[in-house]
Design a protein around this ligand. Structure first.
Ligand SMILES: Cc1cc2nc3c(=O)[nH]c(=O)nc-3n(C[C@H](O)[C@H](O)[C@H](O)COP(=O)(O)OP(=O)(O)OC[C@H]3O[C@@H](n4cnc5c(N)ncnc54)[C@H](O)[C@@H]3O)c2cc1C
Length: 422
């Protein structure tokens, strides 16, 4: 690729998958990129994260990343569904979507480290311990304030996650997260204890597995990977507690077991095999869609969860965050340094409708599982399969942005078309 963004100073806030993708994609196009991350040290945080083939193809464009992911990612050929009382329902095979590309599921911290190192290797400048407190923009530049220091650039892409402070400048007010009514107990652990129990030993047999148990308003998913040495599980259940969304809030094993009272013994065995310090209680935050992701002068754009948090049942939060990063980079490439506001408005317009439609799949899948009539499910086991949508997964954000950019820019010149519609 030539250097279409040469001289275009890009400032990115937040080194999650949205920020890192935007940084890598702008850097690949020749832009000098400075990425500011609030955390002061690199830690392998989180547990299982899923990237569909729509983001898999983005990783594959970054030399060495796919090769580094392969040994640590999950490679099962399907997902086995059971009822809460252990009646086998069906297997959802991924064969049908093999032509759409490669998906990558693995430990968030391990994958994040590989992507971070790739960003550094291509010349992205990353500064840690830089918690941005304010944003500003003029007609000619945008920037942030960190620990009293003012840093400016041609454009700011804010990927500062669900608790984004950048939202305030974009919206003109501070919006509060809501409870989604659900929470997730989640864990990533070794398989030593599972190996000892005949009910769960298969999870440590060296092969990758993926299975789910579904019950009224609760679902439990388990994945075994890394040659049978690692296991991750998530248990989504009703929870009206305060929305304290954090990846490190500790969970209580017995509380988790209580949410699956009367369920198959294997589910209890997996939960009880979890070292207590590995259990996280994550309250799922929900936010109404924002009316816009772009600041008034269109030099600051929200990307990733800062713009649009996803429910995990969409299995698309991280993938859509990456699509944002790629799309913003392509728009900046096509607009050039002289037309940053055009690029930023086009980025929003290209992404907005697709993101909203994808977000909705998180609610429909959760409701299909949690509100299922189990007599119906037992007679129609295929009804629990995840809707694997071709329009979501067989999609190339980079190609799409190139294809529609000119037409989108033209539509932005018509005032009634210039804002995204819900
Ligand atoms: C520590 C952590 C662990 C996670 N673990 C999982 C997991 O196991 N499974 C899963 O599915 N999803 C996990 N997620 C969420 C998932 O990564 C995101 O939902 C998705 O990838 C979208 O990414 P994002 O870049 O938009 O947001 P995030 O991944 O949330 O990244 C936002 C980044 O911005 C930084 N930041 C926030 N505020 C500021 C500020 N003011 N100044 C500078 N930097 C700031 C944060 O430290 C963070 O690095 C985790 C997120 C985090 C932060």
């Amino acid at each position: 690729m030539a250097n279409p963004c040469e001289g275009l100073k890009v400032l990115i806030v937040g080194a999650g998958f949205a920020g890192l993708t935007a940084a890598i994609e702008c850097r690949r196009r020749g832009a000098p990129v400075l990425l500011l991350e609030g955390s002061s040290e690199r830690k392998q945080l989180g547990d299982i994260i899923s990237f569909g083939s729509n983001s898999g193809r983005i990783f594959q464009r970054w030399p060495g990343v796919e090769e580094a992911f392969d040994p640590i990612c999950h490679h099962s050929s399907g997902l086995d569904f059971y009822t809460y009382d252990n009646e086998f329902l069906c297997r959802q095979s991924w064969d049908a979507e093999a032509d759409w590309g490669k998906m990558f599921n693995g430990h968030r911290g391990e994958m994040h480290e590989i992507v971070w190192d790739h960003a550094l290797s291509i010349g992205v400048e990353i500064k840690m311990g830089k918690k941005v407190s304010e944003y500003f923009e003029t007609d000619n530049e945008a920037g942030v304030i960190v620990n009293g220091e003012r840093i400016s650039a041609d454009v700011v892409l804010a990927g500062d996650g669900v608790r984004s402070t950048a939202r305030t400048i974009v919206l003109g007010f501070e919006d509060k997260p809501k409870s989604s009514g659900y929470a997730v107990y989640r864990a990533w652990m070794g398989t030593e204890k599972l190996k000892e129990n005949p009910l769960t030993a298969w999870l440590a047999n060296g092969q990758d597995h993926h299975a789910g148990w579904l019950g009224p308003d609760v679902h439990f998913l388990v994945a075994a990977l890394q040659n049978g040495t690692a296991c991750s599980w998530v248990l989504t259940h009703k929870d009206e507690a305060d929305v304290e969304e954090s990846w490190s809030a500790p969970g209580d094993i017995e509380d988790a077991v209580r949410t699956v009272e009367g369920w198959a013994p294997i589910v209890h065995t997996i939960i009880r095999a979890t070292p207590p310090e590995k259990l996280v209680d994550w309250k799922l935050v929900f936010r109404d869609p924002l009316p816009t992701w772009v600041s008034p002068k269109a030099r600051i754009a929200l990307i990733g969860d800062a713009a649009h948090p996803f429910l995990p049942t969409s299995i698309q939060g991280a993938s859509q965050a990456m699509e944002d990063g790629v799309t913003a980079a392509v728009c900046l490439e096509l607009a050039g340094k002289a037309n940053v506001p055009e690029a930023i408005r086009a980025y929003e317009k290209i992404r907005y409708g697709r993101v909203l439609a994808t977000q909705k799949t998180g609610v429909t899948t959760r409701d299909a599982w949690h509100k299922a009539d189990f007599d119906y499910v037992k007679k129609n086991p295929e009804s629990v399969k995840l809707p694997r949508e071709k329009w979501i997964l067989d999609f190339d954000a980079q190609q799409h942005a190139h294809d529609v950019y000119a037409e989108i820019v033209k539509s932005l010149q018509t005032p009634s078309e210039s804002k995204p519609s819900l």
